[in-house]
Design a binder for this molecule. Structure first.
Ligand code: AP5
Ligand code: MG
Length: 211
């Protein structure tokens, strides 16, 4: 069974997914994290996708199918939380073709005005070892630049600057918003107001997912 966390860059998908993993036993699949992992490994896939991530553009659907299939292998039999996939109508259709094995139970849209997202994204810092996410003001680590969970070094993503954020928001509007309609037509779409504190949003998500 799959729950999809959907929403614009910075809406809080990763932050909420990490808490759902820790407190509700979900298995998180983040295609963004998987792609960044391939880049830091210097693999063939990593080399082929790096320029897309750096530019804030979507990686081609054919590459994503392979990345998703690989991630799904490690999630067998578990309740899956998808963060960052599907992001195009083609990806949504591919996932739909797998519905016998991986049925989607709901698509939760973390909805927030794009004007609110710039400050969230420019202040984000991510652990280079465990990918935990922080914010310099909203969610600072105990020691600046160091991950609370594993002691890893925090860095700023190459796509978290004002110019790339604008590109990512445009791509989201053009390519990913139609995916929300795809799920509305199938009765799976649910909306949550994401202009809340992380704790308030988590409480609303718990209620929606009934755990
Ligand atoms: P991906 O890594 O998925 O990035 P994204 O969609 O741009 O989303 P973000 O990770 O930026 O935002 P988030 O919603 O997870 O926010 P977070 O919780 O961290 O994708 C990156 C790239 O990979 C894409 O551009 C593309 O190139 C490629 N890619 C990935 N999947 C793909 C696919 N399926 N197809 C094609 N290409 C793909 O929060 C952000 C910040 O805000 C943090 O600092 C956090 O601390 C803070 N924050 C979180 N919640 C709150 C809150 N409630 N209040 C205040 N601050 C908050
Ligand atoms: Mg994320």
């Amino acid at each position: 069974m799959i729950v999809i966390l959907a929403g614009a860059p910075g809406s809080g998908k990763g932050t909420q997914a990490d808490r759902l993993v820790a407190e509700a036993g979900f298995c998180k699949i983040s295609t963004g994290d998987a792609l960044r992992r391939q880049i830091s490994l210097g693999s063939e896939i990593g080399r082929s996708v790096e320029s897309y991530l750096n530019a804030g553009k979507l990686v081609p659907d054919e590459i994503l199918s392979g990345v998703l299939a690989e991630e799904l292998k490690h999630a067998a039999g578990r309740m899956i939380l998808l963060d960052g996939y599907p992001r195009t109508l083609n990806q949504a259709k591919s996932l739909d073709e797998m519905k016998d094995e991986y049925p989607v139970s709901s698509v939760i849209h973390l909805d927030i005005l794009s004007e609110k997202l710039i400050a969230r994204l420019t202040g984000r810092r991510v652990c280079q070892d465990c990918a935990a996410s922080y914010h310099t003001e909203n969610m600072p680590p105990a020691v600046a630049g160091v991950c609370d969970h594993c002691g890893g070094k925090l860095f700023q993503r190459s796509d978290d600057n004002a110019e790339k954020i604008r590109t990512r928001l445009d791509v989201y509007k053009q390519e990913t918003m139609p995916v929300l309609d795809f799920y509305k037509e199938r009765g799976l779409y649910r909306r949550l107001d994401a202009d809340k504190t992380p704790q308030e949003l988590f409480t609303a998500l718990r209620k929606m997912l009934e755990f």
